[in-house]
Design a protein around this ligand. Structure first.
Ligand code: 3PG
Length: 205
Protein backbone atom coordinates (compact mmCIF):
# COMPACT_ATOMS: atom_id res chain seq x y z
CA UNK A 1 0.00 0.00 0.00
CA UNK A 2 1.25 3.45 -0.77
CA UNK A 3 0.88 6.32 1.69
CA UNK A 4 -2.16 7.85 -0.01
CA UNK A 5 -3.96 4.50 0.08
CA UNK A 6 -3.08 4.12 3.76
CA UNK A 7 -4.27 7.61 4.63
CA UNK A 8 -7.56 7.07 2.81
CA UNK A 9 -8.52 3.89 4.67
CA UNK A 10 -10.25 5.89 7.39
CA UNK A 11 -10.58 9.59 8.23
CA UNK A 12 -9.30 8.74 11.72
CA UNK A 13 -6.22 6.67 12.50
CA UNK A 14 -6.25 5.53 16.12
CA UNK A 15 -2.87 5.89 17.82
CA UNK A 16 -2.56 3.12 20.35
CA UNK A 17 -0.13 2.34 23.17
CA UNK A 18 -1.23 -1.17 24.05
CA UNK A 19 -0.31 -2.40 27.52
CA UNK A 20 -1.44 -6.02 27.24
CA UNK A 21 -1.19 -8.35 24.27
CA UNK A 22 -4.54 -9.82 25.32
CA UNK A 23 -6.18 -6.55 24.33
CA UNK A 24 -4.89 -6.65 20.75
CA UNK A 25 -7.60 -8.67 19.04
CA UNK A 26 -10.62 -7.41 21.02
CA UNK A 27 -9.47 -3.85 20.43
CA UNK A 28 -9.03 -4.47 16.71
CA UNK A 29 -12.50 -6.03 16.51
CA UNK A 30 -13.98 -3.08 18.41
CA UNK A 31 -12.44 -0.63 15.96
CA UNK A 32 -13.63 -2.61 12.94
CA UNK A 33 -17.12 -2.79 14.43
CA UNK A 34 -16.97 0.98 14.69
CA UNK A 35 -15.92 1.32 11.04
CA UNK A 36 -12.21 1.98 11.60
CA UNK A 37 -10.06 -0.52 9.69
CA UNK A 38 -6.65 0.88 10.47
CA UNK A 39 -4.49 0.98 13.60
CA UNK A 40 -1.21 2.62 14.44
CA UNK A 41 0.26 0.54 17.25
CA UNK A 42 3.13 2.40 18.84
CA UNK A 43 6.34 0.81 20.01
CA UNK A 44 6.10 2.69 23.28
CA UNK A 45 4.99 -0.36 25.21
CA UNK A 46 6.49 -3.82 25.49
CA UNK A 47 3.31 -5.32 24.04
CA UNK A 48 3.39 -3.24 20.86
CA UNK A 49 5.34 -5.54 18.56
CA UNK A 50 3.49 -8.67 19.66
CA UNK A 51 0.16 -6.90 19.20
CA UNK A 52 1.16 -5.97 15.64
CA UNK A 53 2.14 -9.57 14.97
CA UNK A 54 -1.15 -11.01 16.26
CA UNK A 55 -3.36 -8.56 14.41
CA UNK A 56 -1.47 -8.79 11.12
CA UNK A 57 -1.63 -12.60 11.23
CA UNK A 58 -5.22 -13.00 12.34
CA UNK A 59 -7.13 -10.04 10.92
CA UNK A 60 -6.51 -9.52 7.22
CA UNK A 61 -9.25 -6.89 7.08
CA UNK A 62 -7.43 -4.69 9.59
CA UNK A 63 -4.52 -2.62 8.30
CA UNK A 64 -1.95 -2.41 11.04
CA UNK A 65 1.10 -0.22 11.11
CA UNK A 66 3.82 0.47 13.63
CA UNK A 67 4.13 3.87 15.26
CA UNK A 68 6.85 5.72 17.16
CA UNK A 69 9.37 4.05 14.85
CA UNK A 70 12.49 6.13 15.38
CA UNK A 71 15.45 4.16 14.00
CA UNK A 72 16.55 1.17 11.95
CA UNK A 73 16.16 -1.30 14.81
CA UNK A 74 12.57 -0.18 15.46
CA UNK A 75 11.96 -0.45 11.73
CA UNK A 76 13.32 -3.97 11.41
CA UNK A 77 11.45 -5.13 14.51
CA UNK A 78 8.24 -3.65 13.09
CA UNK A 79 8.65 -5.32 9.71
CA UNK A 80 9.52 -8.65 11.32
CA UNK A 81 6.33 -8.38 13.38
CA UNK A 82 4.19 -7.86 10.28
CA UNK A 83 3.70 -4.10 10.27
CA UNK A 84 2.21 -3.07 6.93
CA UNK A 85 3.37 0.54 7.13
CA UNK A 86 5.51 2.74 9.30
CA UNK A 87 4.67 5.90 11.25
CA UNK A 88 7.27 8.01 12.95
CA UNK A 89 7.02 11.16 15.04
CA UNK A 90 9.91 12.58 12.99
CA UNK A 91 12.04 11.97 9.93
CA UNK A 92 15.66 10.95 9.45
CA UNK A 93 17.85 9.46 6.74
CA UNK A 94 18.05 6.09 8.51
CA UNK A 95 14.29 5.58 8.40
CA UNK A 96 13.91 6.90 4.87
CA UNK A 97 16.62 4.57 3.50
CA UNK A 98 15.42 1.61 5.58
CA UNK A 99 11.86 1.95 4.28
CA UNK A 100 13.11 2.22 0.67
CA UNK A 101 15.23 -0.90 1.20
CA UNK A 102 12.32 -2.87 2.64
CA UNK A 103 9.79 -1.38 0.21
CA UNK A 104 7.42 -0.29 2.97
CA UNK A 105 5.56 3.00 3.17
CA UNK A 106 6.86 5.54 5.66
CA UNK A 107 4.58 8.28 6.94
CA UNK A 108 6.96 10.44 8.95
CA UNK A 109 6.13 13.27 11.29
CA UNK A 110 7.11 16.76 10.19
CA UNK A 111 6.27 20.15 11.58
CA UNK A 112 8.62 22.79 10.15
CA UNK A 113 9.02 23.93 6.55
CA UNK A 114 12.58 22.57 6.64
CA UNK A 115 11.36 19.10 7.63
CA UNK A 116 8.71 19.24 4.92
CA UNK A 117 11.41 20.12 2.38
CA UNK A 118 13.54 17.22 3.62
CA UNK A 119 10.61 14.81 3.24
CA UNK A 120 9.60 16.17 -0.15
CA UNK A 121 13.19 15.95 -1.44
CA UNK A 122 13.00 12.23 -0.59
CA UNK A 123 9.76 12.03 -2.59
CA UNK A 124 7.74 11.62 0.61
CA UNK A 125 4.71 13.84 0.12
CA UNK A 126 2.37 12.33 2.69
CA UNK A 127 3.36 13.05 6.28
CA UNK A 128 1.99 13.43 9.74
CA UNK A 129 1.87 16.95 11.02
CA UNK A 130 3.29 16.25 14.46
CA UNK A 131 2.70 17.58 17.04
CA UNK A 132 -0.28 19.07 15.24
CA UNK A 133 -1.66 21.54 17.72
CA UNK A 134 1.53 22.89 19.25
CA UNK A 135 3.23 23.24 15.86
CA UNK A 136 0.50 25.57 14.68
CA UNK A 137 -2.55 23.47 13.86
CA UNK A 138 -4.94 24.65 11.22
CA UNK A 139 -3.23 27.98 10.53
CA UNK A 140 0.07 26.15 10.03
CA UNK A 141 -1.45 23.67 7.57
CA UNK A 142 -3.00 26.52 5.58
CA UNK A 143 0.32 28.35 5.53
CA UNK A 144 2.36 25.39 4.26
CA UNK A 145 -0.17 24.66 1.49
CA UNK A 146 1.40 27.64 -0.33
CA UNK A 147 4.98 26.40 -0.74
CA UNK A 148 4.07 22.69 -0.62
CA UNK A 149 0.82 22.32 -2.59
CA UNK A 150 1.59 18.70 -3.46
CA UNK A 151 1.95 17.56 0.16
CA UNK A 152 -0.83 16.14 2.31
CA UNK A 153 -0.96 15.50 6.01
CA UNK A 154 -2.31 13.42 8.85
CA UNK A 155 -2.35 15.88 11.76
CA UNK A 156 -1.62 14.02 15.00
CA UNK A 157 -1.01 15.18 18.55
CA UNK A 158 -3.76 17.08 20.30
CA UNK A 159 -6.52 16.07 17.91
CA UNK A 160 -9.83 15.39 19.61
CA UNK A 161 -13.54 15.11 19.01
CA UNK A 162 -13.97 18.88 19.19
CA UNK A 163 -11.36 19.82 16.58
CA UNK A 164 -10.91 16.86 14.21
CA UNK A 165 -13.57 17.90 11.70
CA UNK A 166 -11.95 21.32 11.24
CA UNK A 167 -8.72 19.54 10.27
CA UNK A 168 -10.48 17.12 7.93
CA UNK A 169 -12.03 20.08 6.12
CA UNK A 170 -8.61 21.32 5.00
CA UNK A 171 -7.67 20.44 1.45
CA UNK A 172 -4.19 19.22 2.43
CA UNK A 173 -5.46 16.87 5.16
CA UNK A 174 -6.34 13.29 4.20
CA UNK A 175 -6.99 11.96 7.70
CA UNK A 176 -6.22 12.70 11.34
CA UNK A 177 -4.49 10.59 13.97
CA UNK A 178 -5.32 10.45 17.62
CA UNK A 179 -5.84 8.55 20.79
CA UNK A 180 -9.20 9.98 21.79
CA UNK A 181 -11.13 7.09 20.20
CA UNK A 182 -9.02 4.54 22.08
CA UNK A 183 -8.90 5.81 25.69
CA UNK A 184 -6.42 3.93 27.87
CA UNK A 185 -8.95 3.47 30.67
CA UNK A 186 -11.52 1.87 28.36
CA UNK A 187 -8.87 -0.56 27.08
CA UNK A 188 -7.72 -1.30 30.63
CA UNK A 189 -11.32 -1.95 31.73
CA UNK A 190 -11.92 -4.04 28.60
CA UNK A 191 -14.81 -1.72 27.73
CA UNK A 192 -14.47 -2.37 24.02
CA UNK A 193 -18.07 -1.30 23.33
CA UNK A 194 -17.14 2.21 24.40
CA UNK A 195 -14.39 2.22 21.77
CA UNK A 196 -16.80 1.07 19.07
CA UNK A 197 -19.18 3.82 20.19
CA UNK A 198 -16.44 6.48 20.07
CA UNK A 199 -15.57 5.41 16.51
CA UNK A 200 -19.19 5.58 15.43
CA UNK A 201 -19.65 8.94 17.11
CA UNK A 202 -16.63 10.33 15.27
CA UNK A 203 -17.57 8.86 11.91
CA UNK A 204 -21.21 9.88 12.33
CA UNK A 205 -22.46 6.35 11.64
C1 3PG B 1 0.89 10.51 20.38
O1 3PG B 1 1.92 11.12 20.40
O2 3PG B 1 0.56 9.71 21.27
C2 3PG B 1 -0.02 10.70 19.25
O3 3PG B 1 0.38 11.75 18.48
C3 3PG B 1 -1.41 10.87 19.71
O4 3PG B 1 -1.54 12.06 20.35
P1 3PG B 1 -2.88 12.37 21.13
O5 3PG B 1 -2.87 11.49 22.35
O6 3PG B 1 -2.80 13.82 21.46
O7 3PG B 1 -4.02 12.02 20.24
Amino acid sequence: MNSVEIMKISPIIPVIAIESVDDALPLAYALMEGGVNIMEITLRTNAGLKAIEIISKKLPDMSVGAGTVCNRIDLENSINSGAQFIFSPGINEELVQGCIKHDISLIPGVSTATEMMFARNKNIKQCKLFPAITSGGIAHLKAVAGPFPDMSFCPTGGINKENFKDFLNLKNVLCVGGSWIVPKDEIKNKNYKAITWLCKEALGT
